[in-house]
Design a protein around this ligand. Structure first.
Ligand SMILES: [Zn+2]
Length: 127
């Protein structure tokens, strides 16, 4: 295995890229969330950056968050995928369907992070 990079951080970055491309192109499963009554044109950079910071901090206090994973490499990418799914759901019938290209287990860090993001946006609903 000469030349194989054993740096765990490099391995994790590769894993992250794999998860992102599977999530956007060929997801293993979708996580469903009820639609939220959010004004999408209010989702500016400030709100999105606040979401990334707060959700990531909360995620790091969970069991799933204690293990370094794809989420840690680029939390923003997962928030963006969630927002994209939320936008897509506003123009369609049914629930928000968020793709997951990692796995379909209950202990999935990406699934946990999505749940935290959903809770965060639920808190922004004003009515
Ligand atoms: Zn997973």
């Amino acid at each position: 295995m000469a030349g194989l990079n054993r740096d765990p951080e490099v391995t994790l970055k590769l894993l992250h890229q794999t998860h992102i491309s599977a999530t956007t192109q060929n997801p293993i499963c979708h996580h469903e969330f009820p639609k939220l009554n959010i004004e999408l044109n209010q989702l500016n950079d400030n709100i999105i950056n606040k979401c990334i910071d707060e959700c990531y901090l909360k995620y790091k206090t969970t069991d799933e968050g204690h293990i370094r994973s794809s989420v840690d490499i680029n939390p923003k990418a997962w928030v963006n995928i969630f927002i994209f799914s939320m936008v897509k759901a506003t123009n369609a019938s049914g629930n928000i369907q968020v793709p997951n290209g990692c796995c379909n287990t209950d202990k999935c860090g990406i699934k946990k992070f999505y749940e935290i993001i959903y809770d965060h946006f639920s808190g922004l609903v004003t009515n």
